[in-house]
Design a protein around this ligand. Structure first.
Ligand SMILES: C[S@@+](CC[C@H](N)C(=O)[O-])C[C@H]1O[C@@H](n2cnc3c(N)ncnc32)[C@H](O)[C@@H]1O
Length: 448
C-alpha cells in the first residue's frame, strides 16, 4: 500500500484542504492516479505476475468516504476526485468485487454525491477520447511495470504530510484475488442488446460468439421458446416478453410523429421498425394502422416466423429482408420518409448505432420520432448512465434532441436472485439487464 492509497482511505476527519495538498504532492511526484493496491502488494511481496484486479485510489475514496460528510468535506472530496481524473484516474476499473468506483457509491447509497456525476462525466470523456484515438493509429500505454514503486511509499519530503497518511498498512491477502481485465473504456464492443454490454470490464463472450458477431449470429439457429427468442445452442436471449411494456412505449412514441402540428395529422404515415424479433412492437404498430409499416429483418429464422404468422399478407406491411445496413440506404434513394423509426437489433454495438444515426437523419420526416431499445450498458448502472449522456451528445451532433422518459423496472428483472418459483432469466444464458430504471428515448429534430 502506498501513501497515496493511505490518503484515499480518508484516515482523518474533518476532510480539509490538507488532503488536496497531499494528493497533489503524490501525483506531482509521479505516483500514477491509476496505481492499484494490487500493484503495490505485488511489489512488496515480490510477486511478478500482473495483477488482474484493479483497486485504484478512486475505489478507496468511494469505499472510505464517510456517509455523514459535511458540505465543506463534500467539496474537498469532489476536488480530490477531479484532481485524480486530471491525472488520468480510471472511471471503470474493477476491484476484487468486480465493482467500479461508481458501483461502490451506488452500493453505499451515495449516488447523490457530486463525485458520482464526476465519474459519469469522466466516462463520457473517456469514450469520446477513445473514439478519437481509434480514428488514428495511436498506441495507448497502460503498463505500469517500469514505475518506481519503491518511491511511492517514500515520498514524504517537502510536504507536511498529515498523520493520516503516515500509518503503514498491510494490504490484506484476501483483497488480492483474480477477477477482470484492466481497461478504462467501454470500447466499441458495448452492445445495444445482448449479455455483453459494458464489455470491456466484463470479458465473457469471445469476439466470434453470436452475441458479439453479426455474421455468426445470422448463421446461428434460433428458437421461440417460453415467451422468448433465444439462440438454439447457447441460449442467448435475443428478445424476451418482459420488454412488452417497453415496446408499447416505443410504439406510442412513434405514433406522436404522425402529427405535423398538434392538431394536424399527416396524410401518409410511414413507420419503420428495425428488428422483428417476437413481433411485439410490430403488433402495437399495426394497431395504429399506419399507411405503410416497414419491417427490416435480417435473420432467416425470424423471416420464417414473419411468413408463418402472415405478416407478408398484411396490406400495409412491407418487409425488407436483410440487414438494415444494406436495406436502409435503398430507401434513401427512393425518397421514402418516416414518421417513426424504431431500432432494436441483436449482436450489434454502439458503433453500429452511430452509423444508423447517419441514415436516420436522412429518413426521418421533420416532425418524425426515432426511438430504440435502450439497453446500452444496462448491465451496470454507472455505464448505463454514461451511455445516456453519450447518446444525447452524439444525437445533438445531428441536430437531434433526445428526451429520456424514466420507467421503473420490476425488481425481479434487475435483482438476479434465484427464486424457488424460478426467475425471468432462468431460460437464457445470462441476463442483460441490471438497472432499476429504464431510460426510454424519444428523439426528434431540434426546434431552431
Ligand atoms: C431484440 S429483437 C427485436 C425485438 C422486437 N423489438 C420485438 O418487439 O419483438 C432483434 C431482432 O433484430 C434482428 N436483427 C439483428 N441484426 C439486424 C440487422 N443488422 N438488420 C436487421 N435486423 C437485425 C434480429 O434477427 C432480431 O430479430
Amino acid at each position: 500500500m502506498s501513501d497515496l492509497h493511505d490518503l484515499c482511505k480518508i484516515p482523518e476527519r474533518p476532510i480539509t484542504s490538507k488532503y488536496i495538498d497531499s494528493l497533489n504532492y503524490y501525483l506531482k511526484n509521479g505516483i500514477p492516479a491509476t496505481y492499484t493496491i494490487e500493484e503495490a502488494y505485488n511489489f512488496t511481496n515480490n510477486i511478478e505476475s500482473e495483477p488482474t484486479t484493479t483497486t485504484t485510489p478512486l475505489h478507496l475514496i468511494c469505499t472510505h468516504i464517510p456517509k455523514d460528510l459535511l458540505e465543506e468535506e463534500i467539496k474537498i472530496v469532489t476536488q480530490m476526485v477531479e484532481i485524480l481524473f486530471e491525472y488520468g484516474a480510471g472511471w471503470c476499473f474493477t476491484d476484487i468485487n468486480n465493482d467500479t468506483p461508481g458501483c461502490i457509491l451506488i452500493k453505499r447509497n451515495l449516488k447523490h454525491l457530486p463525485i458520482y456525476q464526476e465519474i459519469v462525466n469522466a466516462g463520457v470523456r473517456a469514450e469520446l477520447l477513445l473514439r478519437k484515438v481509434s480514428e488514428f493509429d495511436m498506441e495507448v500505454i497502460e503498463d505500469t511495470d517500469d514505475l518506481d514503486h519503491e518511491a511511492f511509499g517514500q515520498i514524504e519530503e517537502n510536504v507536511e504530510i498529515p498523520d493520516l497518511v503516515k500509518e503503514e498498512e498491510e494490504v490484506e491477502q484476501d483483497d488480492i484475488k483474480e477477477p477482470t481485465e484492466k481497461s478504462d473504456t467501454m470500447e466499441k464492443t458495448t452492445s445495444t442488446k445482448n449479455q455483453e454490454s459494458a464489455k470491456s470490464i466484463e470479458i465473457d463472450d469471445e469476439p466470434e460468439a453470436p452475441s458479439q458477431n453479426q455474421q455468426s449470429y445470422l448463421n446461428t439457429k434460433l428458437e421461440y421458446k417460453n415467451n422468448a427468442l433465444v439462440t438454439k445452442d447457447r441460449k442467448d436471449g435475443v428478445m424476451m416478453s418482459w420488454e412488452t411494456e417497453i415496446m408499447k412505449m416505443g410504439s406510442d412514441s412513434l405514433a406522436k410523429g404522425s402529427y405535423i402540428e398538434p392538431s394536424e395529422k399527416d396524410s401518409e404515415i410511414n413507420i419503420l421498425n428495425i428488428g422483428f424479433g417476437m413481433g411485439i412492437i410490430d403488433t402495437f404498430i399495426q394497431q395504429e394502422q399506419p399507411t405503410n409499416h416497414y419491417i427490416c429483418e435480417a435473420h432467416p429464422d425470424v423471416l420464417k416466423k414473419l411468413r408463418d404468422d402472415g405478416w407478408y399478407e398484411k396490406p400495409n406491411v412491407i418487409i425488407l429482408e436483410g440487414r438494415w445496413q444494406d436495406e436502409l440506404p435503398k430507401l434513401l434513394s427512393q425518397n421514402i420518409f418516416f414518421n417513426g423509426i424504431y431500432y432494436d437489433t441483436f449482436s450489434e454495438h454502439y458503433q453500429d448505432m452511430l452509423e444508423l444515426f447517419d441514415l436516420v437523419v436522412g429518413l426521418l420526416k421533420p416532425y418524425g420520432i426515432f426511438s430504440f431499445f435502450n439497453g446500452l450498458g444496462a448491465d451496470r448502472i454507472v455505464i448505463y448512465e454514461v451511455y445516456k449522456k453519450l447518446v444525447e451528445l452524439d444525437l445533438e451532433n445531428y441536430g437531434l434532441c433526445c428526451k429520456f422518459i424514466d420507467v421503473e423496472v420490476p425488481e425481479e428483472l434487475f435483482k438476479h436472485e434465484s427464486k424457488e418459483d424460478g426467475s425471468i432469466w432462468d431460460d437464457v444464458k445470462r441476463s442483460y439487464w441490471s438497472c432499476p430504471i429504464y431510460y426510454h428515448p424519444e428523439i426528434k429534430f431540434m426546434d431552431f
